[in-house]
Design a protein around this ligand. Structure first.
Ligand SMILES: C[S@@+](CC[C@H](N)C(=O)[O-])C[C@H]1O[C@@H](n2cnc3c(N)ncnc32)[C@H](O)[C@@H]1O
Length: 380
């Protein structure tokens, strides 16, 4: 542990796991995302936007659907939470969606280091703005697309709130029940030799208790109050439109049954890292998102896998188009031909079983008569 981290977490003190995780990932001087960590091929983990531009092209189609469903408003606000280095926004801009003239796309990112990367290769970027700047930005009228970055998100949105692999990164606690109605949680204690888990009795929110009791007694599981709060706020921010969150997720019971707390994972430099208390601030810490915990707050309108979601948006058609472009230009390939060919490999990665294809896409439609296609069939 670095001296600086010790100054945030002095010897002899105890933090809840969620408090520890928040410092380890987001503290402005020692947190992983505020210092070295980031998504990308040259980063610490590969997310769907980082696979290539195909994912953004399909999200652009989903944005167009929503814009049309909203009656093609002249200002269409997209707020992407946890935008990381801004890759998804760049791919959406490149795809040139129909909604572009109306588009005000705000990248809400907690890490200033990551926000500093947003300007790169992004035409129409209006800067890193404060609360007043956010209000001005989202109330602007054509000609879009316009992009901006901020740590702050607006309310009163007509549009879409997006979050790809954000919820798995929000701080969570670790709890178990004893089968007789009592809960314990894992806290983190600084012994002077290092950090260690200590078990303490705890209470859980009454709204989440039934879902937590669905897990077997004695098994540790994540208690995702921050993710639930994020969802409730996201829904509050929308006048009309949809919240779309994409992540690896499962039911609490299924997560708790994974052997050796296999749901709690760390990453650095594209590799699985060690125990979450071993290198605080030096690795990403993440957990499967407990879909049923989120649903206690607001029931999703639609739940699909990423594979189903991207198939519905026409990934096969885009790949086939790419294949044709490649065949036509294979003898003298230009950038367009190479990009078209790369769609084949990108689609394989985005749809992969046991990988990104199995991610869950959760959609909450707010203030609109018609919900998008699908049904909350996977919800338990
Ligand atoms: C796993 S990365 C995902 C980045 C990007 N969405 C992608 O899919 O490549 C999660 C990002 O969420 C950011 N983040 C975490 N909590 C946040 C919050 N409350 N508001 C905004 N951004 C947050 C982190 O700093 C990090 O950049």
């Amino acid at each position: 542990m670095t001296d600086e981290f010790q100054s945030r977490f002095p010897v002899g003190t105890t933090l809840s796991y969620a408090q520890y995780m928040d410092i380890a990932l987001y503290d402005e001087s020692v947190g992983f995302y505020a210092t070295v960590g980031r998504a990308g091929r040259r980063g610490d983990f590969l997310t769907s936007p980082e696979v290539g531009p195909l994912f953004g092209a399909l999200i652009a189609r989903r944005l167009d659907e929503e814009w049309l469903a909203l009656g093609s408003p002249e200002t269409f606000v997209v707020v992407e939470f946890g935008a990381g280095p801004g890759t998804l926004a760049r791919s959406i801009a490149f795809a040139g969606p129909e909604c572009a003239p109306a588009l005000r796309y705000l990248m809400v990112e907690r890490s200033a280091e990551q926000r500093a990367l947003h300007a790169e290769h992004l035409e129409g970027w209006m800067g890193d703005v404060d609360a007043a700047g956010v209000e001005t930005f989202v109330s602007g009228v054509g000609p879009g697309p316009k992009f901006a970055s901020s740590p702050i998100a607006p309310y009163g949105i007509t549009g879409v709130i997006l979050a790809n692999e954000l919820l798995d990164n929000l701080a969570f606690d670790i709890v178990r029940h004893d089968g007789a109605g009592n809960f314990e949680r894992l806290d983190v204690h600084h012994t002077g030799e290092g950090l260690e888990f200590v078990v303490a009795p705890t209470e859980v929110p009454a709204s989440l208790a039934p879902v937590l009791f669905s897990a077997p007694a004695g098994e540790w599981m994540p208690l995702q109050e921050h993710a639930v709060r994020w969802l409730m706020e996201a829904v509050d921010r929308l006048d009309r439109g949809s919240v779309i969150a994409i992540d690896y997720g499962a039911a609490t019971d299924e997560i708790a049954r994974r052997p050796d707390m296999g749901w709690l994972r760390t990453f650095v430099g594209q590799e699985r890292a060690g125990h979450p208390l071993d290198a605080p601030g030096g690795c990403d810490i993440t957990a499967d998102v407990a879909v049923d915990q989120l649903a206690t707050a607001v029931r999703p309108t639609v739940i699909t896998t990423q594979r189903q979601f991207l198939e519905r948006l026409g990934i096969s058609q885009l790949v086939e188009e790419g294949r044709q472009i490649w065949i036509e230009k294979a003898s003298a390939p230009d950038v367009e031909a190479l990009r078209a060919r790369s769609r084949i490999g990108e689609a394989e990665a985005l749809l992969e079983s046991g990988g990104l294809g199995d991610f869950v896409v959760l959609e909450w439609t707010i203030g609109m008569a018609e919900a998008p296609e699908g049904s909350p069939e996977n919800l338990r």
